[in-house]
Design a protein around this ligand. Sequence first.
Ligand code: ADP
Ligand code: MG
Length: 457
Amino acid sequence: MTNGTWGEIREQLEKHLGKNNYTTWIEPLRFSDLKNGVARFEVPTSFFGDWVNRNFGDHIRSHLNAHGAQVDRVEFSVSPAAGRAEKPAARAAAKPETKPRAVARRVADEDLPGAPLDARFTFDSFVVGKPNELAHAAARRVAEGGPVTFNPLFLYGGVGLGKTHLMHAIAHELQTRQPHLRVLYLSAEQFMYRFVQALRDRSVMDFKEMFRTVDVLMVDDVQFIAGKDSTQEEFFHTFNALVDQNKQIVISADRAPGEIKDLEERIKSRLQCGLVVDLHPTDYELRLGILQQKAEHYATQYRGLVIAPGVLEFLAHRITTNVRVLEGALTRLFAFASLVGREITLDLTQDCLADILRASDRKVTIEEIQRKVAEHYNIRLSDMIGPKRLRTIARPRQIAMYLSKQLTPRSLPEIGRRFGGRDHTTIMHGVRKIEELMAGDSQLADDLQMLKRLLQG
Ligand code: ADP
Ligand code: MG
């Protein structure tokens, strides 16, 4: 077989495997020889060879045989000259500044496109409470860097509940314990940005190569890639390649994999393969714990500032939205008190934080509950107040009744009026029904948790 024949076969492979696969994986191959039924190709790296062999080896072999060559096996050997040197001249001309270099080298750590880590986000500074204890334990396990036991670790929860903090903590810990590991943390947005850049610079191969040399990959806020088709596709391949190599992956999102709209089914199911844990909304004890820790920290920073008893408790009680808001409130409080040189009392707190306190007073309305529940169960908003008794409609309606009782200060008759003028006993029945079902139905319990979280923001 000659190079010319290989040229023809390449064209057919392009048709067969698609432009993307072709450019990335087939074009860089260099035919070297065919002897004793073994066709040999040069590849830029051994990873590259493995990949092509595993994914396209059979295609290549059958196309060769269809051309009359007698091939039992395809082999790949590493030659740094493969890949780049084979690229068409037009491409080199388009980007003359590209310095020739051996692709086979290990990507230096400085080349990793990760986001910087926040030095404050460590396990030491993470306060553990009931709502986050599982997520914390799972993160600790991953941070030990032992054998991969679950892959990926999928952390999800509402804004400001500590997902990013935990991911950074894992990275810090791994860097101390196992400095040789290549740990890459980045947001899904950065992943997309890098990918688009690689497409533009025609360096998708480098991009792939780089991601596949990582030992631990952490992608934050993965919901961002929903609806972005080619980024999803690339993410899926990166993900699979790393899982295949038994490399640890940690993912975060604002909701469970199955709840992310416009995310491909196959990605959802891969994301569910490992350990999925959620960070629940904070409870009073956790909020107080976090405030106490931060206050201690500030006490050393602003020497001499006194904080009156009851202030932290007041804040933990009143600010229930998320930890970021809680922290912001405390930061402002200390800065303000030190500026005016006064003790931090309840009065000062109420003055200084009036806007935050007012904002977190925002109560959930029955209308919002009805809308969210209807959306979640895919029924019409009008069915919430309508008369239909079909189970698929009556059940969500009862869920909305239950949430209205739980999340708003409205009385049963008031709730009844908002549900199309139903009697208060109907509402009571609905609430009880859901309480009963919840005890034995964990899917329903999860749904309710999620709806509550969505509603309380
Ligand atoms: P998310 O990524 O879930 O939106 P972050 O991890 O960015 O939330 O957390 C928001 C802020 O709250 C950060 O400053 C973080 O340090 C802090 N925080 C969240 N949970 C905790 C916790 N359990 N202990 C201490 N700080 C926390
Ligand atoms: Mg975050």
